[in-house]
Write a protein that binds this ligand. Structure first.
Ligand code: PHE
Length: 340
């Protein structure tokens, strides 16, 4: 019997030592120490032993049991520890691996410059007004002193929804909305999309952007107009920037002017960029026509005002030295990614 016990101890020890997973370890425990296990089977034969032998064998059997039990629990702890370590290793992140950079969006150059111009005017106490792009003929033309069949309509041919409703050709339509709804003093700018049925080329697009400005108050003069625009251009192009007003005609302003800005390239000397002029035409402006004021219910013997409309594309193209307007609308990322 002693031999059998030693035999069990030996094989069990060897099996436990070389065991590599918890399930198999549990099977070993059942096989050797369980109710129907090998050790129990031997103990059942104790009855056959003599009275002297019994306690000796009992003690030996208990020693073997105790030894195997502690071997199993040590092995079990070791296997659990190893399993945990393996799990941690499998789930660990290598934080030193190079990451995937998300593609960062950025503002369109038209939006960058529009925001900048808005900021400049907000600083001068203007607010921003919005108006519809699908507009009544009345607001786009008639209220601006352009009655049906007026020849100046020819230069602003547009897309008609009905005979009476069209895509606005100028942000000047917002002037009328603002003056209908607001009493002077008025100081607003209105940026937005405008439409004309022009063919696409390097300097034309059937869709482009304007920023309208309107100031109405007592005692507003052409000097206020010039000062405001000069400040705008100095903020945009530098403190030494000068502007020049040339007489012009718009039906809704009187007097009217075209405003040129000193050439950014030659500073007024005359060069290829400005075609020898020293100045570059940038926007239209003038004193709001009394007929327009009166049409909106504003007394033109008390109030006067100035208005201007500038083309955003032109300003952006000058700013970034872009030679073809189509680049602004093609949405080629290689082009757009250059601007911040
Ligand atoms: N709306 C005019 C245009 O598109 C520009 C302008 C605006 C002129 C305001 C005078 C006053 O040509």
């Amino acid at each position: 019997m002693k031999e059998q016990l030693r035999q069990i101890e030996e094989t069990a020890s060897a099996a436990i030592s070389s065991c590599t997973d918890l399930r198999a370890l549990d099977e070993l425990r059942v096989k050797f120490l369980g109710k129907k296990g090998e050790l129990t089977a031997i103990l059942k034969q104790m009855g056959k032993l003599s009275a002297e032998e019994r306690p000796v064998m009992g003690q030996l059997a208990n020693e073997v049991r105790g030894k195997l039990e502690s071997m199993i629990s040590e092995k079990s702890a070791a296997l659990q520890e190893a399993a945990k370590a393996a799990k941690i290793a499998a789930e660990s992140l290598d934080v030193t691996m190079p990451g995937k950079r998300p593609a960062m969006g950025r503002l369109h150059p038209l939006q960058i410059v529009e925001n900048e111009i808005k900021e400049i005017f907000l600083g001068m106490g203007f607010s921003v007004a919005d108006g519809p792009e699908v507009e009544y003929d009345y607001y786009n033309f008639e209220a601006l002193n352009l009655p049906p069949n007026h020849p100046a309509r020819d230069t602003q041919d547009t897309f008609y929804i009905t005979e009476n409703i069209l895509l606005r050709t100028q942000t000047s339509s917002v002037q009328v909305h603002v003056m209908e709804n607001q009493k002077p003093p008025i100081r607003v700018i209105s940026p937005g999309r405008v439409y004309r049925s022009d063919a696409v080329d390097a300097t034309h697009s059937p869709l482009f952007h304007q920023i309208e400005g309107l100031v109405v108050d007592k005692g507003i003069t052409m000097a206020d107009l010039k000062g405001t625009l000069e400040l705008l251009m100095q903020r945009l192009y530098g403190d030494d920037c000068k502007i020049r007003l040339r007489p012009h005609h718009f039906p809704f302003t009187e007097p009217s002017a075209e405003v040129d800005v000193m050439c950014f390239n030659c500073h007024g000397e005359g060069c290829r960029v400005c075609k020898g002029e020293g100045y570059i035409e940038l926007l239209g402006a003038g004193m709001v026509h009394p007929k327009v004021l009166e049409g909106c219910g504003i007394d033109s013997s008390v109030y006067s005002g100035f208005a201007f409309g500038l083309g955003l594309e032109r300003i952006v193209m000058r700013r970034y030295n872009i030679s073809d307007m189509r680049l602004l609308f093609e949405n080629d990322m290689r082009f757009l990614e250059q601007f911040r």
